[in-house]
Design a protein around this ligand. Structure first.
Ligand code: ADE
Ligand code: ZN
Length: 332
């Protein structure tokens, strides 16, 4: 496919899982170094192989078994940021899971975080990309683990760790099971987002807003099935972190043309665009933009406006926001 949208357009990406952004060759090399047999998670062309969302989660967790120390996370962060910078991303937020970085132990998490942060600072100096971290609990690991994750977040909140969220199997448990974790994170000064409305319907989005009091929703796209909820999202300026290519690859929607992102935007919901786990879905933001331009006729001005909305919704300090808004709006 030829580029429809200038590939160099400065981009802000709010919904990106660090482990989910690991190139398969990177994970294969780690597996080889450590003699871990995970050949089953790759297809014959070397990409990640999964049958459906639940199998995707298993493959994802198998890939994470190769990440065994801070040095692995340092290398991963650099590799991921190199790819994002190449994609034109100037600001990214990444979900970080203490569960995959020391098993939720605070002392171990601090060491992993130190390495991730050093890599982020190196990437900012050498590639001009700014990163912030959003600690995420894994829903199907249960409420008890989410509390430990929230404590890791509360203990490491600062100018790099700015957000808290939850990912994983939306069908596991109920948002009310995670209120302690979200209350803890909020009280520590973290800003909040949660995956909902991807595999659950509008009731899942409502319950997430009511119980977890988040300002952003990861995906949220199935809100389109309830127009009163769509109105609430628009009125309350709840920001959706929409990942169309992820939804198409995992079978939430059959194609970009059938994806509700344009209908949500037409109804004045604040939508932002991200890739979620790009190598799993064979995507990049450039590919997302080109596919959306083809499906809905969106132009460079649309993407510039969406990126400005993402930057306004970013979990970062005001000086960073203003600096990058200038870049995104072409005022720099
Ligand atoms: N973790 C990584 N990608 C995810 C997704 N699309 N939904 C829920 N949890 C995830
Ligand atoms: Zn996600």
């Amino acid at each position: 496919m030829t580029d429809r949208i200038d590939p160099a357009l400065p981009k802000a990406e709010l919904h990106l899982h660090l482990e989910g952004a690991a190139p398969p060759a990177f994970i294969r090399a780690l597996a080889r170094e450590k003699s871990i047999d995970i050949h089953k998670i790759f297809d014959e062309s070397g990409g990640y192989a999964y049958r459906d969302f639940w199998h995707f989660l298993e493959v994802y967790e198998a890939a994470c078994t190769t990440l065994q120390g801070p040095e692995d996370l340092r290398r991963l962060t650099l590799a991921v940021l190199e790819d994002r910078a190449e994609d034109g991303v100037v600001y990214a937020e990444t979900f970080l899971s203490p569960d995959f970085c020391g098993g939720g132990d605070l002392a171990a998490w601090r060491e992993y975080l130190h390495a991730i942060r050093e890599a982020a600072e190196q990437a900012e100096r050498t590639m001009g990309i700014t990163l912030r971290g959003c600690i995420t609990a894994i829903r199907h690991f249960g409420p008890e683990k989410s509390r430990r994750t929230a404590l890791c977040a509360a203990e490491t909140v600062g100018d790099f760790i700015t957000g808290f969220g939850i990912a994983g199997d939306e069908k596991a448990g109920h948002p009310r099971d995670f209120t302690w974790a979200f209350d803890c994170a909020r009280e520590a000064g973290l800003r909040l987002t949660a995956h909902a409305g991807e595999w659950g319907g509008p009731e899942s989005v409502r319950a997430t807003l009511d119980h977890l009091k988040v300002e952003r929703i990861g995906h949220g796209v199935r809100a389109i099935e309830d127009l009163a909820l769509v109105e609430r999202l628009a009125e309350d300026r709840v920001v959706l972190e929409v990942c169309p290519g992820s939804n198409v690859a995992l079978g939430v929607y059959p194609s970009f043309a059938r994806h509700p992102v344009a209908r949500l935007r037409d109804r004045e919901v604040v939508v932002t665009l991200s890739t979620d786990d790009p190598p799993f879905f064979h995507t990049t933001l450039r590919r997302e933009y080109d596919a959306l331009a083809a499906a809905f006729g969106w132009t460079e001005d649309d993407f510039r406006a969406i990126n400005a909305d993402a930057m306004r919704a970013a979990f970062c300090d005001e000086a960073t926001r203003e600096r990058l808004l200038k870049t995104i709006e072409g005022r720099a």
